[in-house]
Design a protein around this ligand. Sequence first.
Ligand SMILES: Nc1nc2c(ncn2[C@@H]2O[C@H](COP(=O)(O)OP(=O)(O)OP(=O)(O)O)[C@@H](O)[C@H]2O)c(=O)[nH]1
Length: 305
Amino acid sequence: MQTLNVLDNRFSSFSTLSTSPADELAAKQTYEALFSADRTLSLVELFNTTLDLASLLNNFSIEATRYLDFSGLFFKSYSVNIALDGSKKAKYEHRFDLKISDTYIGTLTYAINTPMSLINIQILDKLHQCLSYPLKNAISYYDAIQLAMQDALTGLGNRRYFDEQLKRAMHNANRHHSVVGLVLGDLNKFKAINDNYGHAVGDQVLIEFSNILRLCIRDSDSLFRFGGDEFAILIENANESAINLIEHRVSNALHENILLSKYNLGCSLGATLMNRADSEQSIFARADRALYRKKAYTAQHLSVI
Ligand SMILES: Nc1nc2c(ncn2[C@@H]2O[C@H](COP(=O)(O)OP(=O)(O)OP(=O)(O)O)[C@@H](O)[C@H]2O)c(=O)[nH]1
């Protein structure tokens, strides 16, 4: 696969506003040659070679950069928000709403330093037509993957996603000589909420707890629910104080939350930091043992964190 940085590889006779009628005519003739039926078909085939959104955007930009000088390319839809690698903002933004038979797919935004000419827009419109179906397929694929990786009740990552992310985070940490932190959480006496107030209230409590966790972490940390009342927080670039801070925040937030304090809901957290000899299994087992000790302590002292 071609992975050149297209933004550093631009050339274009169309890249600025055409200044003379001769320029316009030359551009128009090239445009007509470029978008013969055969050419259109081969572009669609090219874009159809991948379902990966980043690769598709890269393939598309290799074509687009031949006709337009842009410093950034961004795509946003209901579920996707992605930028071409190396994208930078520029003086202007030109947005195109991409549609298939009036159905909105998403918005493609070009960051440009000179306004677009009419011929630029016409060429891009044609390129977008070639892109639209491959893009729609790639978005559907992305949505399906997201769904498969998500816990349906809370929207947090599920156990399968956790396994992937833990592996990726530990790999990165080893490369960059940083450390991953892992916090496992388990609600205390959650079953009693289901038993006493019903499953719907139990669900509401799980959602509320997930929202609390979201507020207690940084953007670079990730959250997961393993099912039931078990949660995990993956902390990148972690250290002892980052873990302590999260534990402190969760504990405070639980006490301050109106719904959860009404049910006197507590949570036990078990945390650990990665060491260089760790495998995914060993770091998880250590966090799990820490959680087990906290649960045992909590049960013994009949207190909540
Ligand atoms: N409402 C709701 N309950 C769930 C869901 N998934 C699992 N549960 C329930 O969560 C409860 C978990 O019970 P336990 O594992 O005993 O946890 P606990 O009551 O917090 O016990 P300790 O952890 O020992 O304090 C079980 O009753 C499950 O049926 C869910 O999606 N929604």
